[in-house]
Design a protein around this ligand. Structure first.
Ligand code: KIV
Length: 275
């Protein structure tokens, strides 16, 4: 069954946790889709885990459309969310609607995600009114890394916690169909999840959220530059890949690969005529 914004809403009502992972390419999206994941996020985290940038700031609309289209081709049942990169929506409502439209039209995603609370509510409202569902993202918003001064847990003081709850209510009011809570204390994330009617998707926000999202390179131990506290390695695919690469190198060097069964035949008579 195809996951939609309506099924996500129903999952919250039913207490059925929403599962989401990032994906950036066709083959991985297809594997995740076949595994039964509810949502795929083509995150601008691709700047770090796929392209090797130190943050997400340099990611462009062209990068996002290219990867979103690949993921959409691999996703049959999952809801695909395309991430709006830095400066594709902040400057004006016109930019926001135009770029969200490009992501949906050219990337064929089912929804877009953008970072920020009250300050981007006019954009959320305008995009939603253009029939493009919006997933909001509050708490630690990596595109604001220079304003935050580092990757830090958000909403710890009374004032900051109140502000985060207000931001969650504001994005709901503006029309967002769901909201990502990133690096938020677990008790605050659980309270926000109770106080708003749209699903909360947590990353570093505890088990009280309505769903969870992780960067897939993190959860499969494919990304080794650093490991945030909220990441769990569900499989050590990084080591498995290295084992495979080493075995390939060894067999090529030894001449045991390719073997007979990997080669194509030709009649000896044809070859003899070439000598
Ligand atoms: O870009 C991304 O992958 C994200 C998730 C971490 C939520 O925004």
């Amino acid at each position: 069954m195809k996951n939609t914004v309506a099924t996500a809403r129903q999952q919250k009502k039913d207490g059925d946790k929403i599962t989401m992972l990032t994906a950036y390419d066709y083959s991985t999206a297809k594997l995740m889709d076949e595994s039964g994941i509810n949502m795929l996020l083509v995150g601008d985290s691709l700047g770090m885990v796929m392209l090797g940038y130190e943050d997400t700031i340099s990611v462009t609309m062209e990068d996002m459309i290219h990867h979103t289209a690949a993921v959409s081709r691999g996703a049959k049942n999952s809801l695909v969310v395309g991430d709006m990169p830095f400066m594709s929506y902040q400057a004006s409502i016109f930019d926001a609607v135009t770029n969200a439209g490009r992501l949906m039209k050219e990337g064929r995603c089912n929804a877009v995600k953008l970072e920020g609370g009250a300050s981007v509510c006019p954009q959320i409202k305008a995009i939603t009114e253009s029939s493009i569902p919006v997933m909001a993202h509050i708490g630690l918003t990596p595109q604001s890394i220079n304003a935050f001064g580092g990757f830090k847990v958000q909403g710890k003081s009374e004032e900051a916690a109140k502000k985060l709850l207000e931001e969650a209510k504001a994005v709901e009011e503006a029309g967002a169909f769901a909201v990502v809570l990133e690096c938020v204390p677990a008790k605050l994330a659980a309270l926000i999840s109770e106080k708003i009617s749209i699903p909360t998707i947590g990353i570093g926000a505890g088990a009280g959220c309505d769903g969870q999202v992780l960067v897939y390179q993190d959860m499969l131990a494919l990304f080794s530059d650093f490991k945030p506290k909220f990441v769990k390695h569900f499989a050590d695919v990084g080591s498995l890949m290295k084992e495979g690469f080493k075995a390939y190198i060894k067999e090529v060097k030894e001449g045991t690969f390719p073997a007979e069964e990997h080669t194509f035949k030709i009649d000896d008579e044809v070859i003899e005529k070439l000598y």
